[in-house]
Design a protein around this ligand. Sequence first.
Ligand SMILES: C[S@@+](CC[C@H](N)C(=O)[O-])C[C@H]1O[C@@H](n2cnc3c(N)ncnc32)[C@H](O)[C@@H]1O
Length: 418
Amino acid sequence: MAFAAISAGAPVRVLQGSRGLEDLASLVLDLKRKPRPSALDAQKRWEESLAALLADDAKRLEESLESWPELLVQSDSTGNSLLHRAASAGALQATALLLERGASANLRNQEEATAGDLAFRAGKQAVFEALVLHRVFCIRREEEEAPQEPPRKRRAPDPAAPDPYHSQRLRYEGSRLLDADSKAVMMGWEAPLMKKHAEVLLPVRGLRVANVGFGLGLVDGFLAELGPSEHHIIESHGDVLAELRRCGWPSRPGVAVHEGRWQEIVPQLESGSLDAIFFDTWSETYEDLRQFQDEVSRLLAPGGRFSFFNGMAPYSIAEHAAFCRLAQEDLETLGLPCDICKIELGELGDQTWHGVAERYWQFDSYYLPLARKAPSRDSEHPMSWRRWPQFPVCVTDKLGKALPLAEFGLSDMTSGRP
Ligand SMILES: C[S@@+](CC[C@H](N)C(=O)[O-])C[C@H]1O[C@@H](n2cnc3c(N)ncnc32)[C@H](O)[C@@H]1O
């Protein structure tokens, strides 16, 4: 994906450089010291810069920014920054310059859209890709700079300490599993997605599979139909376990139910003992997924497959793309190249969400990840795979209506505002 942006003219330093945020910090300090321009002057500066930007004239824009660096942190009456305007105009040189100067690609306008989201909606693929790559770079840098907890503490939370999710009552209501605040833990509209996940994980009968997170039991039902020789189910919530027992899962042939959090169960499973793994938990972050992925490379036998429910950053297509790319890079490092397959969903409609406290999905397409381990240590990897967002996330994809970020109650990892 880097190649598309670079060949389309985005300087590599936008994608890899580190100056931007430091420049921004010193800019904010400068601004505090400087006298503020009159409203008329401020408007004139904004319009001049906008004209340069819309003409994608990086030289003229640079001159404006040299004279009036405060423009980088300003926005118009709709909350659009210069970067938003450059993105929706498809002005690649201007976008590159603004990023290099420290403009935030994570800033949201009044409709909660980032510059990347606007590039996507306007069909500006090259700018979209440059902005997504820039976000990946920023997320990695934020992670490096964040204070690290001791790994053991993160890896093995105290099972005796109740967390808010596990200490609340859940309820099954038709084809929904709801928490105490009527937020949906799992919903029936996901059934076609779960079927597809099962199909890509178990292409032949007789394989050994593990699913983390039972929920409505949808994916487990589809996996069971594909005739695995071993079917492990890892589930931690008492109410879900009660439902799973009520449905008779523990006594089904080949099924082993592991009661508890994956964080405690998975380290006890034997290395190389599985051919396929599916991961779909709740109220966990990308960091949890990343820790799980470390275990996946150990657990999978050669040629094994891994997939997970891809609900990362569902409030913004640009942030979703950035996290998909991040996951692809992390999985590749673990020897698990991951392709992403686009599935058309269409609009779910308001009725789907009736009685549910939060809409947790808003895209018209679902991007299904499938990672595979090489069949043997020496073999070439058999699977061709594509980096995001070059394909299949392209700006011609149609999106559902934008929803306010606040509706999602996302973790820090996925919702970081500037
Ligand atoms: C979204 S649902 C899974 C839906 C499932 N894929 C299906 O097809 O119905 C998430 C499930 O993960 C379980 N879960 C959450 N955190 C977990 C953890 N740390 N370990 C194991 N299960 C967990 C939840 O209790 C819930 O049943």
